[in-house]
Design a protein. Structure first.
Ligand code: TYM
Length: 360
């Protein structure tokens, strides 16, 4: 049986990471670590998102490198090209094409309400010339993300907490398009209330947000999520960091003015360290907390740094190995591009037909 036929009965899991910088601990614990588990039970699609990356100005050489780096990291984390489709977003033009159709079915209002847009534009506005400096791509970003998801009949999208609102928009757009463009002969006015179109244009996707690790905070500013663009050195732990760098970043992690771990309540910084250690070791939050109650913060910092370093070391080493063999990476990407294109083109063709475009 072909992989495609074998996967036909399975639910589709799809996710992606932007190639704006090296991947960090939040990307790993909030997303990639969870992807691996679906490969034996689901039809899996994972890709590197370079078109979203250019919503902020990128150094072209760096972007090129980061894209290979992201794919090598996926492989190093256990994403297996024999089980999953792995590709680069810009290799499949259908993403940009569907994104345009969705742009024409969305409103300025719903895009303005996206918190990620509000945050990024607030940063841009405070730094320079107000709205004139906000790239349009940051505004329309969630539409490209919705296209990424809807092209593949995706059922489940494993992501961190910060992507929840984008997923809700993708769901709203799927529902809107399904009712605007029903299948031939399906007339919503003539069927009992609640009947679903058996040939609906899009599957309505669900977010899959892990109970642990879905929101890893900056080690230097524990009120803000860990991010690739963390302005404070040491705030983000990258999957390329050496053991020594990782342990140092944890030793310097911001906690609070107390000195020891309390059972009843913990500050954001302490919670973050416990959460990270629990996610990396597979223990519960309470089990980790209990080990440190009454002990100085230093123990928690040192042990968490060591646990993270030993989880990241094999990923770092394997990523470097994969990066040394570009032709293997190119082969993986070629196979992924072909498989993804075949599926995406089918959906796009159906969208164009239902919208009324002349097809040849
Ligand atoms: P990106 O590249 O910002 O992040 C990639 C994944 O990592 C998760 N994540 C985190 N999880 C826990 N704690 C953190 N501090 C943290 N920071 C990031 C994100 O939730 C995400 O799951 N728009 C997406 C990329 C994207 C995408 C898609 C995702 C484009 N198209 C289609 C899923 C499906 C983004 O910017 O993720």
């Amino acid at each position: 049986m072909t992989a495609a036929a074998n996967n036909a009965a399975k639910q589709t899991v799809l996710s992606a990471v932007q190639t704006t910088n090296n991947l960090h601990l939040g990307n790993y614990l909030g997303a990639i670590k969870n992807w691996v588990n679906y490969q034996d039970t689901h039809d899996c699609i994972f890709f590197a998102v370079d078109m979203h990356a250019i919503t902020m100005r990128q150094n072209p050489k760096q972007l090129h490198e980061n894209t290979y780096q992201a794919i090598a990291t996926y492989l190093a984390c256990g994403i297996d090209p024999k089980k999953s489709i792995i590709f680069v977003q810009s290799h499949v033009p259908a993403h940009a094409e569907l994104s345009w159709v969705l742009t024409c079915h969305s409103t300025m209002g719903e895009l303005s309400r996206m918190t990620q847009f509000k945050d990024k534009s607030a940063k841009n506005q405070s730094s320079s010339k107000g709205e004139d400096s906000i790239p349009t791509g940051i505004f329309t970003y969630p539409l490209l993300m919705a296209a990424d998801i809807l092209l593949y009949g995706t059922n489940l999208v494993p992501v961190g907490e910060d992507q929840k609102q984008h997923l809700e928009l993708a769901r709203d757009l799927a529902i809107r398009m399904n009712s605007s463009y029903p299948s031939d002969g399906f007339d919503i006015q003539k069927v009992p209330h609640g009947t679903k179109d058996p040939h609906a244009l899009f599957v309505v996707p669900e977010p899959l947000i892990g109970k642990v690790g879905a929101r890893i905070m900056s080690l230097q500013n524990p009120e803000a999520k860990m991010s690739k663009s963390d302005p404070t050195p040491g705030g983000a732990v990258f999957l390329t960091d050496s053991d020594g760098d990782i342990e140092r970043k944890f030793k310097r992690a911001v906690t609070d003015s107390d000195t020891e771990v309390k059972a009843e309540s913990q500050s954001d910084g302490v919670k973050n360290l416990i959460q990270i250690q629990a996610t990396v070791t597979g223990e519960t939050y309470d089990a980790v907390l209990n080990k440190y109650v009454g002990r100085g913060y230093g123990y928690l910092k040192v042990d968490t740094g060591k646990a993270v370093a030993s989880a990241i070391a094999p990923i770092r080493e394997k990523t470097a190995e994969y990066l040394r063999d570009r032709s293997h990476l190119d082969q993986v990407l070629k196979a992924g591009r072909e498989a993804a294109t075949a599926r995406a083109e089918k959906t796009l063709n159906e969208v164009y037909k239902r919208v009324g475009f002349v097809r040849q």
